[in-house]
Design a protein around this ligand. Structure first.
Ligand code: DQB
Ligand code: GRF
Length: 196
């Protein structure tokens, strides 16, 4: 069997992108193996799906740490203990420190619900609606120190119709997220495997 890239997924909640990544990874040709799902919230509903699929889980509660560095160091320790090589943020809601981001340079991915660099930030779907944009979408990117600003990997466009609201537009974008995140992970892993 071909070598696979040991991948961790970081979540804070629902974990629908996590599910899409895990499901894609079950294909024998997929170049990533999901070895860990890590959440900063013990009640993240996504954790259940990982457990049901025999994937190791970890909860690191940021509220138990004195500062961001200590929290991030604990994350890194747990990643190392599972020999993680690549990290996917999937609805992970804590900003990561420059040290951690530098350490995982080009080895940490995120997905954002807009066509970056448009509509950075936590309200990207609503901001696109309010701006009366005609097209929005989603973007996968490498994580860099500045939030939502790292190198873009892949994008998918979604048309905004005049009767769209936050719920309908979010659902259309999420559907595209579930397509481009597994594709992006596949491409990044294939490139990593060429270098190893
Ligand atoms: C997120 C981007 C922003 C937020 C959350 C997730 C945010 O503003 N949360 C409220 C503040 C919470 C806090 O104080 O921690 N998307 N870290 C770096 N660069 C990134 C992207 C995400 C998460 C952490 C990045 C990130 O691009 N350094 C995911
Ligand atoms: C998605 O909209 C993603 O773009 C954003 O956070 C949301 C996560 O949803 N970064 P889920 O937890 O993957 O369902």
């Amino acid at each position: 069997m071909k070598r696979k890239i040991k991948t961790a997924i970081l979540i804070s909640g629902r974990g629908s992108n996590m599910q899409a990544l895990i499901k894609a990874s079950f294909d024998s040709d997929f170049p990533a193996q999901i070895v860990l799902v890590l959440s900063n919230k013990a009640d993240a509903s996504g954790l259940k799906f990982a457990e049901q699929n025999d994937i190791a889980t970890a909860v690191i509660d940021h509220k138990k740490f004195a500062n961001r560095q200590d929290f991030d160091q604990k994350i890194d320790e747990v990643l190392q203990s599972h020999q993680v090589e690549l990290v996917c943020l999937a609805g992970f809601m804590r900003i990561l420190s420059p040290q951690l981001v530098k350490k995982w340079h080009k080895k940490m991915l995120n997905i954002h619900p807009s066509l970056l660099p448009n509509f950075k930030g936590a309200n990207a779907v609503l901001d696109a609606l309010n701006a009366q944009a005609k097209i929005t979408g989603c973007t996968t990117h490498f994580v860099s120190e500045e939030v939502d600003s790292g190198e873009i990997i892949m994008q998918s466009q979604v048309k905004i119709s005049s009767d769209d609201n936050l719920a309908s537009l979010s659902a259309k974008i999420l559907e595209q997220e579930h397509i481009i995140y597994p594709r992006s992970l596949k491409i990044v892993c294939e490139n990593l495997l060429k270098k190893i």
